[in-house]
Design a protein around this ligand. Sequence first.
Ligand code: NZQ
Ligand code: ZN
Length: 390
Amino acid sequence: MDNFTMSMPTEVLFGQEMTKNLSDMIKKYNGSRVLIVYGGGSVKKTGIYDMVTDHLKENGIFYKELAGVKPNPRISSVREGIKIIRENKLDFILAVGGGSVIDASKGMAAGSTYDGDPWDFYLRKAKLEKSPLPIGVILTLAATGSEMNGGSVVSNDETERKLPFRHPMLKPKFSILDPTFPFSLPKFHTAAGITDIMAHVFEQYFSPTDSAYLSNRLAEAIMKTCIHYAPKVMENPFDYEARANILWSGTLALNELLTYGKVTDWATHLIEHEISAIYDISHGAGLAILFPNWMKFVLDEDNVNKFIEFAKNVWDVNTKGKTELDIALESIERTREFFDFLEMPSSLTEVGIDDSRLEEMADKAIIFGDLGGFKKLGKEDVLEILKMSL
Ligand code: NZQ
Ligand code: ZN
């Protein structure tokens, strides 16, 4: 196991009706003038918006709001939020939504204490030096783990780029995780969220570090939880136990817990970001297309044991009488079948993407260097995975 430093500063308030603690939490982190950030309106339909704003009014907390953050959040929303924060001297950001709303809020938090343009952070032209505004989260979708990590992924329509920016100071101060909030999710977003959670685990499970035994078992527990509860939640969106377990899996899958002490991969995520940057597809859908192809591409004699572990411990593959390669390929097949069960797309063609811009995506994916910790990928490798995904 490699050396590591652990820091998980986000307070998690998990369970039904935890929103009643919202104003106490905001005050605890010295917030008194709040920017509420939300998406395209689901929070209004579900009543979460009214619940939050009524609560803030009752507790005498001043607020302004920024609505309309899109999935694959745009840098224009981040700039708009910073403007509202400055004009109204706001001191706290409350993100109410899924990963897109939280990620845009993180961009606002960083940008509001920076004199330049917030896109500089994503281009790696600027470093976060001044403390960002504190963020609190009310999560409505299990997927990204953004509610407990320091990552933010934002898109720029003008340049067709979608880039990540990460800093420990961007970890939310608190996150409220009420398993009833995702009850209203359409099947597609529930499924895309579960796919994303699985993909986060894959990125950390497929590692060249052999000695991180504990981390691997934790990863398997999260994958098995998703596999166990996915059919239940797809059948009944109001299944509290299923929603609760999936919600907590999403947070644990990307709050660094699985990363400590090992090298991780992240190639598939960076390739997916290039697809959604141009074609604006759902992140989870892009991952469902790419991941089985990435697995097939990287599988070789040196790493076949990792796939056998995956086959046995996650998919309960019966290995009797099968070659190592057969077992490994079966684990990939089972992964594909799981995404098919979730009704996620299996090819780029299926989501209307042809081969015209594959080369450009491969170029952009490696702009900061080769990808992958499990297996290094250069431009030609990325291009091959994209071609396999057509
Ligand atoms: O915009 P509204 O109307 O709120 O609708 C949203 C949106 O259309 C809807 N939704 C959310 N909660 C709902 C709901 N609809 C009904 N009921 C509810 N309770 O769901 C749609 C998708 O929301 P979005 O926030 O885009 O989804 P997700 O949480 O999957 O976030 C995806 C974004 O996060 C980035 C992705 O690249 C993508 O841009 N990621 C962020 C990461 C991070 N910060 O650590 C890591 C991830 O790997 C990922 O890259
Ligand atoms: Zn992801």
